[in-house]
Design a protein around this ligand. Structure first.
Ligand code: KIV
Length: 295
């Protein structure tokens, strides 16, 4: 166990606790959640970070990208998740155009995610160009995680969801972006869809924890979209694995429910509430004494 490896946590993970996991042998485990039911489950599983990702645009709201997600969407889902998380660090994504136009907007919107949503930190996409915004947020007491590589809010600028920084020039640029984020005060950075060798370099060169998704196993931690892992999405991205087939289990359960309702088998006696026999008698007498509907 390295000097920085924390013991199994009893209390809630904090930003400083996560920051201290840099370089530890125990890797950071992060996962998304978007509602209270899954928040409770992932928290009970002992993850370190629960991210209310703007991926909820696709996984929960049915959009084709993260771009239509609003601050109100994020506040509502973050608040729901916060009611189910007791131990993990709760991080909320800042959605498209909630921080790009103006640092003052960013401050207001991040403030809502913390005050109304109950987030302990926010995550935003971009490199050097968002550094002044990060400084502003951090200066106001709002902890920030950066996100570089494949940044889904820039899907159109990137020409699709593709692996980034495969060449020396772009790889060095990405390393520079990560340094800028760390200097601006970000306490961790998500590396999405970049070559594994580059993640290793960034992890070695940058002082803050790196959390990979589609970035190989050389980061300080890993983040995944819950729905990809549970088999709740139609397609599984290459960087994810299906650890369960919950989608199939849901279809099967609802099919059996429908079958039993149609067969008159559900609800069963055990699912019903019965009146006291005296009350039933009284009710029958009262109904029997009344005129029935006219034929
Ligand atoms: O929105 C999200 O779920 C994310 C993760 C993929 C890192 O940003």
């Amino acid at each position: 166990m390295s000097q920085h490896t924390p013991p199994e946590r009893e209390r809630r993970l904090t930003v400083t606790g996560l920051r201290a996991m840099k370089g530890a042998t125990r890797r950071i485990v992060a996962i998304t959640a978007y509602d209270v039911a899954f928040a409770r489950l992932v928290d009970a599983a002992g993850v370190d970070v629960v991210l209310v990702g703007d991926s909820l645009g696709m996984t929960v709201l049915g959009h084709g990208s993260t771009l239509p997600v609003t601050v109100d969407d994020m506040v509502r889902h973050t608040a729901a998740v916060s009611r189910g998380v007791e131990r993990a660090l709760l991080v909320a994504d800042m959605p498209f155009m909630s921080y790009q136009a103006d640092p003052a907007d960013a401050l207001r919107n991040a403030g809502r995610l913390m005050a109304e949503g109950g987030a302990q930190a926010v995550k935003l996409e971009g490199g050097r160009q968002v550094a002044p915004t990060i400084e502003r947020l951090v200066g106001a007491g709002i902890p920030v995680i950066g996100h570089v590589g494949l940044t889904p809010q820039s899907v159109h600028a990137m020409g699709g969801y593709r692996v980034q920084a495969r060449e020396t020039v772009t790889a060095l640029r990405l390393l520079d972006e990560c340094r800028a984020l760390a200097e601006a005060g970000a306490f961790a950075v998500v590396l999405e869809c970049i070559p594994a060798e580059l993640s290793e370099v960034v992890t070695a060169e940058v002082a803050i924890p790196t959390i990979g998704i589609g970035a190989g196993a050389g980061c300080d931690g890993e983040v995944q979209v819950l729905h990809d892992l549970l088999g709740l999405t139609e397609q599984t991205p290459r960087h994810a694995s299906r650890f369960a087939e919950i989608g199939g289990a849901v279809v099967e359960a609802v099919r059996r429910y429908a079958e039993q309702v149609r067969a008159g088998e559900f609800p069963a006696e055990a699912n019903c509430t019965r009146m006291e026999p005296a009350v039933v008698e009284e009710l029958r007498r009262a109904v029997g004494g009344r005129e029935g509907p006219e034929e």
